[in-house]
Design a protein. Sequence first.
Length: 269
Amino acid sequence: MFALRRWWTRHALKAGMVTLAISSAWLLRATQGAALYEAYHWLTRPLQPGVSRDEQFENSYILELQQRIVELESQNRTLQALENYEASLSEPGIRAAVIGRAADHWWQHVILNRGSRQGVAPGYVVTGPGGLVGRVVAVSPSTSKVLLISDPTSRVGAKVSRSRIMGVVRGQSNNRVVMEFFEKSPDVKAGDVVVTSSYSRLFPEDMPIGRIESLDLTKSPAPEATIQLSSPLPILEWVVIHPFNPRESVDEPTLPTPDDKAQPERDSR
């Protein structure tokens, strides 16, 4: 007993330090340093500029208001562009907003917030900044469904403004369409403007469609061109609806093709 007391007197401090070190290491491992972080945070809090709970809520509210301002400015620019576009039209139309668009039918159709109550009817033509968007194929009292010209089933009688070469434009589910020409050696080149033709039964003539981006004059059975659409279909938000009565009578003239069989435009819906 005397020897144990003598050893404790000599080594008590060292034993206590070793025990403290082992306990601290075990505690850090068990809590993954959380206790040490909390202790550090508590000790250094007086040295750091604090943010109260009310200030955090106020900062979040200010950030929300800033984001709303950015969105309102963007909407204002879009509406201003639409106002300028409407002012450039020879005949007024019905302004409408895009309120529906399915991800799996992004390039096929859109839903507008105008319907039969606002005077919209099937067959009406829809345009936007840049040119042709599509045509109304169905209406409800307060909405209307628009078949886009980018839909693969869409067909539009078209012509090249410079050379007056005729053809048919078909959609291909993106912001480019394909124009098939009726001549074997058409006078066309990249950059030419393409508009609707007078042979189109579903659209008024001379409505802008886009510009020729590339050509494949060796394509069989008919030469064709890829056209970049002038209307921004991927980001479409606002459009203008124009009254139009499609010419569906059987004695309407049709445009001859190289084999005198195809029509310039087909409505497959």
